[in-house]
Write a protein that binds this ligand. Structure first.
Ligand SMILES: *[C@@H]1O[C@H](CO)[C@@H](O)[C@H](O)[C@H]1NC(C)=O
Ligand SMILES: *[C@@H]1O[C@H](CO)[C@@H](O)[C@H](O)[C@H]1NC(C)=O
Ligand SMILES: *[C@@H]1O[C@H](CO)[C@@H](O)[C@H](O)[C@H]1NC(C)=O
Length: 600
């Protein structure tokens, strides 16, 4: 008690504020340019500023050590706010409910008072909920009186100041009950919150016909935001991406697109399939996840194999090589058996391989006959095997190999495309060689290019498999083109879509709670279905969904001309060769005969 009597009135007030309102704080940072006496059990860090030295590093240290409630008593508190904002952006520790108490520094005069109140009009103050100013009311009296002022964080016109209470240093009592940190964000009273997004189905659809959809916007994540605003009573204001889609964040805390809008504080919330990317986490706050999505591709469907190759299909390449060697060995055996005579060895071996009869007259000796006997046996087996294989290739239509897995896509060196590099952000830091190759094969195109490429079957298209069984497919994939594509079996990766906010945004805990409630109710799955049915191209959705099953219907079919045309082509070539050989023979024979007649 003795000590208290020596305390200045301001110190006494501070003591009361600490004991009442910061008692639960983990650690308080006190920034001052004059010594303040504090007798309080609260753990605190003391920053004594001398002159105009930089506050930034000291504040950063304190913030990283979780000393992130502040008591400020310096000449120009605006300096503190600027550095505080820098620290909230650049520090790693996030806290949504940082508390700031700013005390007047000198003897009160009007200029000082204005300077103090200006703090609340600063842009930086808009991002802090709990900020208290202690403003001296009267000068030159024995009993200084202080007003406790804060800003109006909620509501539409939030430039107003709120005089919360008044404290008299002689009576040591508040005029009211001294409840000071009153904002709990459960009613924002119509505050405008800025949401940055762009049209990306089915997460966000903007510029819809207002006659069909009120407000002209819809989408799973738009509904998430609208439901949030219904809960806490706010109004959404859309901030556009300026054609940059997701955009990027630069190291100097600027950026483009949705991410840039957030990091430069042009928006409070960012949506539109923002995945939990590590690089962005260093610059922004993430909420809990809303939609769990998986990224995969639709690749060109396998086509029916060309029918000229059908006669080759029953045997594999090695089998054909083996057959070639059999033919050579057999011819060689015949060559030896005939006493090293080359007479008709190839023709005979070939004939036997395709089970043709041979004239008995040519093989007088038993030596030759036993060799030929074994050759016939081999021929019989091979011929039957081939016949069986051929029958099966004719009854089951044969397709090119399909693209089912990442390995398939990489083996085929097939490009996969989308409109923005964001599709591979999640993969770029992977050390897996397969995934690294996959990233190298990614290419971003303009939507028009993607649309025209979709008819060439050259590239695969990145799509998202959503939790309720629908897909996020770009508009460049049209009904006409989608028939030619099949969804891959393997997912490249899965991702959790979050709502992004500025670092240490006051809304983060509220948003987490909101998303938790949505999961609890399963609303997001229902929304996805509703939107898919009403606003997406249902034919494209269905075509992709059924792309792996529709082909089962046509597996067995009667043999059509299309299947045998290859064989007929071979037959035609054979006939052509045979006819020309025949005509050639006649001509040569005739010429020989003539010559013979001339000779005789
Ligand atoms: C401090 O302020 C003085 C004058 O106002 C100026 O000359 C000096 O450069 C400042 N020092 C720093 C570190 O900003
Ligand atoms: C929401 O905010 C508006 C605008 O300030 C206000 O008129 C309304 O009463 C609020 N609604 C609720 C439920 O508090
Ligand atoms: C931030 O960095 C980007 C890219 O490095 C650059 O284009 C931009 O001009 C920088 N902005 C500022 C304000 O320094």
């Amino acid at each position: 008690m003795l000590l208290r009597n020596y305390l200045q009135p301001l110190e006494l007030l501070l003591q009361i504020l600490l004991d009442r309102h910061l008692i639960t704080s983990h650690c308080v940072t006190i920034i001052t340019d004059e010594v303040i006496e504090i007798t309080s059990p609260i753990s605190h860090r003391y920053i004594l500023l001398r002159g105009n030295e930089s506050l930034t590093d000291l504040l950063m240290d304190a913030s990283e050590a979780s000393c992130s409630d502040y008591i400020v008593r310096i000449q120009d508190p605006r300096r503190f706010m600027v550095d505080f904002d820098y620290v909230s952006h650049h520090g790693l520790i996030r806290r949504s409910d940082r508390k700031i108490i700013i005390l007047p520094s000198d003897l009160p005069d009007e200029e000082n008072k204005e300077q103090l109140l200006d703090v609340l009009k600063m842009r930086e103050s808009n991002f802090v909920v709990d900020i208290l100013l202690v403003v001296p009311v009267d000068t030159n009296i024995d009993c200084p009186v202080y007003d406790i002022v804060t800003h109006k964080f909620v509501g539409i016109d939030s430039d107003d100041l709120i005089y919360l209470d008044r404290w008299n240093s002689c009576s040591r009592a508040f005029d009211k009950d001294g409840r000071l940190f009153t904002h709990d964000l459960s009613n924002l009273e119509g505050k405008h919150v800025k949401v940055t997004c762009f049209t990306y189905t089915p997460y966000v659809l903007l510029d819809l016909d207002p006659n069909i959809v009120p407000l002209g916007r819809d989408g799973v994540e738009v509904r998430l935001m609208e439901e949030f605003c219904r809960w806490v009573n706010c109004t959404i204001e859309i901030v556009r991406d300026a054609g940059e889609e997701w955009g990027t964040v630069y190291e100097n805390f600027t950026g483009l697109g949705v991410l840039g809008n957030l990091v430069e504080d042009r928006a409070d919330f960012g949506i539109t399939a923002l995945y939990s990317w590590y690089e962005e986490f260093l610059y922004l706050d993430f909420s809990g996840y809303g939609v769990r999505t998986a990224v995969t591709c639709i690749a060109p469907s396998p086509r029916l194999l060309a029918s000229w190759s059908m006669p080759l299909l029953p045997f594999s390449l090695y089998m054909w090589i083996g057959l070639m060697f059999t033919f050579i060995y057999e011819s060689f055996a015949l060559f030896v058996a005939q006493g090293f005579s080359l007479r008709k060895i190839f023709l005979t071996s070939f004939g036997i391989l395709i089970t043709q009869s041979i004239s008995d007259a040519s093989f007088q000796s038993w030596k030759i006959r036993s060799v030929v006997g074994w050759m016939m046996l081999t021929g019989l087996v091979l011929d039957n095997a081939y016949g069986g294989g051929l029958a099966s290739t004719f009854t089951l239509p044969r397709y090119e190999p399909s693209v089912d897995t990442i390995q398939d896509l990489v083996d085929r060196k097939m490009i996969w495309g989308a409109t923005h590099d964001a599709w591979v952000f999640s993969l770029t830091s992977s050390r897996d060689h397969l995934l690294q190759q996959l990233v190298r094969q990614f290419h971003s195109y303009e939507p028009e290019e993607l649309e025209s490429l979709s008819f060439t079957r050259k590239i695969a298209y990145a799509i998202e498999r959503l939790p309720a069984g629908y897909f996020a497919i770009g508009d460049y994939m049209t009904e006409k083109a989608v028939n030619e594509y099949t969804i891959m079996v393997q997912d490249f990766y899965y991702e959790l879509c979050v709502v992004m906010m500025r670092k240490s945004s006051p809304y983060t805990p509220k948003m987490n709670k909101h998303i938790g409630r949505l999961h609890e109710s399963g609303l997001m799955l229902a929304w996805e279905r509703e939107i898919a049915l009403s606003l997406l191209n249902y034919r494209v959705q269905r075509e992709v969904k059924l792309s792996r099953t529709t082909r089962d219907v046509e597996t067995i079919e009667p043999i059509s001309f299309r299947l045998v045309i290859g064989v007929f082509i071979l037959y035609g070539i054979g006939l052509l060769l045979a006819t020309s050989a025949f005509i050639g023979e006649i001509i040569i024979n005739r010429r020989n005969n003539k010559r013979r007649q001339n000779n005789t």
